[in-house]
Ligand binder design. Structure first.
Ligand code: SF4
Length: 612
């Protein structure tokens, strides 16, 4: 039975009203479903307020004043990312809304909902959670405002913010509030951010640059901003050894406690064994359902956390570096449930996590360094055996025809594992649907350094092995490389290098992924400050829409509509040698158009790879 979504389903005010920017989908891939079911399993009554009308207070007061608190989430992805493309154009659809229709949640949903609740109830505790709040927990560069914004805790009139996945925190908060503690006294809970007027009660907090020091767009301010970002990112990687961080806002401080303990396997198993309906609420049926369920309905989350450390990804900053894995027993039980579902056609869509083949912690004691790039750390452990064993068990379940691995596979981790070959064979033989998506992201050394990604030669080695294995299996399967344009550190010459590589392989990406400066990533800090926060050295940032368009066009240089952009890019990069008729050429000169062709550039001596 779904959690109540109308007052009629309740006999008394609930303990918690769970407000979300998404339609109500009762599935463990939706943070709100997990938090709601977890609280219910601890005896709390919860009502779900999905996509309330934010123009009035009516929806927010329909359940009456909850006994303990309002819990607010912007949804499964940041509402601004959900609404706008990287070119700042409004998107056309919204997979997290009924019928995929846009416009069911406001921009900056967490802030709007928090303030609407405060307008409705002056006193009630408001607790923020979810990815939007988690990544905006401290001052952050906002691409849509093109400015540094305050902690979302201050802009949303809320009292407390939960960062990360939130299971430990929400139960500790519930028990504290239920015991009568006032929300302003909840300053001790790991994995939360609170505000205070005094620091006297804190032990050895680390003071970050103040909001005043980082908000101005000037050089000095940007330097302070970059310093703050690196302290925050390195701090979260230290897990339980992390410090308390303090950000000053004049007469008030925003304080981040160390991250919550990672869930144990038993705790994670319990979270995934809760009685989810594994579907969207039936009230959306008449609107065509909620498209986002398709991707996850027959997918299994086998673990959380990632130690990949890609600079354009905020997952480590949200979920942490430590891997939290479910037991095989729990995963097999979920798959057996699929077999009983009338809609199940025998295909398990995915078994994975942030990175499919990261199912164990990188080593005994996580540290703030990068585990894999530019070079794998000597302490890094490799082990694909448990994953292979799990996939074999899943294949044996009656009615399961095929188990796919669609989560990203880190190929450098496979390459460096002495037994990685066994995993690759298993993957190609049983779990790939003709094509395997992997993310080299670029070919150019200095771009990969800025991304925190492995050397491109690792990708070439992996694709050779992939082809060898498929040949032996008599299968024609191929790799689909994810590639990104306009990442900080990538200038036109680098973009041309990528185009030359694509030319040499004959591969043309169906889609071009343009770097998107989403909240709280290291790369977004590079984008905003023009500095590499690890080295505080200057870094080139392609910002102008023209150059970004040229970089995108180069990745699809064969498209006729890209001809002029590609020609302009090659001219600007001094690579008109690639306009011609020889096999290296990306485009042909057009009739009657005189092109001043240049010789190809000399191969420059190999530059030593800079340490991150
Ligand atoms: S593997 Fe190396 S870099 Fe990664 S956490 Fe362990 S010691 Fe740190």
């Amino acid at each position: 039975m779904f959690l109540p979504t109308t007052p009629q389903e309740l006999t008394a005010p609930p303990d918690f009203v769970l407000v979300t920017g998404d339609a109500y989908v009762d599935h463990p891939s939706f943070g709100v479903a997990i938090i709601g079911r977890l609280l219910q399993s601890h005896g709390y009554s919860v009502a779900v307020l999905a996509q309330p009308d934010w123009r009035t207070t009516a929806d927010f007061t329909q359940f009456g004043k909850p006994n303990l608190a309002f819990l607010v989430s912007g949804g499964n992805i940041d509402s601004m990312v959900n609404h706008y493309s990287v070119a700042l154009h409004k998107r056309k659809t919204d997979a997290y809304s009924p019928g995929g229709v846009l416009g069911k949640r406001p921009n900056r949903a967490t802030i709007v909902y928090g303030n609407k609740i405060r307008e409705s109830y002056k006193e009630i505790p408001i607790i923020l959670g979810g990815i939007e709040a988690s990544l905006r927990r401290l001052a952050h560069y906002d691409y849509w405002d093109n400015a540094v914004r305050r902690s979302i805790l201050l802009d949303s009139s809320a009292d407390l913010l939960v960062y990360g996945m939130g299971e430990h925190q929400i139960i500790e908060i519930a028990e504290s509030l239920a015991s009568g503690l006032a929300v302003e006294h909840l300053t001790f809970i790991k994995g939360t951010v609170f505000k205070t007027k005094t620091l006297d009660f804190l032990e050895n907090p680390q003071i970050l640059p103040s909001f005043k020091a980082i908000k101005e767009p000037g050089k000095k301010s940007k330097l302070e901003y970059a310093k703050s970002v690196i302290i925050q990112h390195e701090n979260v990687k230290k897990g339980e050894n992390s410090d308390i961080l303090v950000e000053e806002y004049g007469n008030i401080f925003v304080v981040q406690n160390p991250p919550a303990e990672p869930l144990t396997t038993a705790e994670l198993d319990r979270v995934y064994s809760l009685p989810y309906e594994r579907n969207y609420h039936p009230k959306y049926e008449s609107e065509g359902g909620v498209p986002a369920i398709e991707e996850v309905k027959f997918s299994i989350t086998s673990h959380r956390g990632c130690f990949g450390g890609c600079n354009f990804c905020a997952l480590g900053y949200h979920q942490g570096k430590q891997i939290q894995a479910r037991s095989d027993k729990s995963i097999l039980a979920e798959a057996e449930k699929f077999a009983k579902d009338s809609e199940f056609k025998g295909y398990i869509h995915d078994v994975g996590g942030p990175t499919a083949n990261f199912r164990e912690n990188p080593c005994e004691s996580p540290c703030k360094r990068h585990c894999l790039a530019p070079k794998p750390c000597k302490n890094l452990r490799y082990n694909h055996k448990p994953y292979i064993k799990l996939l074999r068990e899943l294949r044996k379940i009656p009615k399961v025809k095929k188990v796919f691995v669609r989560s990203g596979v880190r190929y450098d981790y496979v390459l460096n594992d002495p037994l990685g070959g066994d995993f690759l064979r298993e993957l190609c033989e049983h779990h790939v649907s003709g094509r395997l998506k992997v993310a080299p992201e670029h070919v150019s050394e200095n771009v990969l350094t800025a991304m925190g990604k492995p050397d491109f030669r690792d990708f070439l080695r992996f694709s050779e092995k992939f082809d060898e294995v498929n040949e032996r299996l008599h299968k024609s399967q191929y790799l689909v490389p994810y590639l990104m344009s306009s990442h900080p550190g990538c200038d036109l010459a680098d973009a041309v290098k990528l185009a030359e590589y694509l030319k040499s392989t004959g591969h043309m990406p169906e889609q071009v992924q343009d770097f998107y400066p989403t909240p709280a990533t290291i790369s977004t800090c590079m984008y905003y400050t023009g500095l590499n926060p690890y080295t505080l050295q200057k870094i080139y940032v392609p910002k102008g829409q023209k150059e970004k368009a040229m970089q995108r066009a180069l990745m699809q240089y064969r498209l006729l509509e890209n001809y002029e952009l590609v020609k302009k890019a090659l001219t600007r990069a001094g690579r008109t040698d690639l306009i011609g008729h020889d096999e290296r050429a990306l485009i042909r000169p057009r009739k009657g158009k005189k092109i001043e062709t240049r010789k190809p550039p000399k191969k420059s001596a190999k530059r030593p790879r800079k340490k991150l």
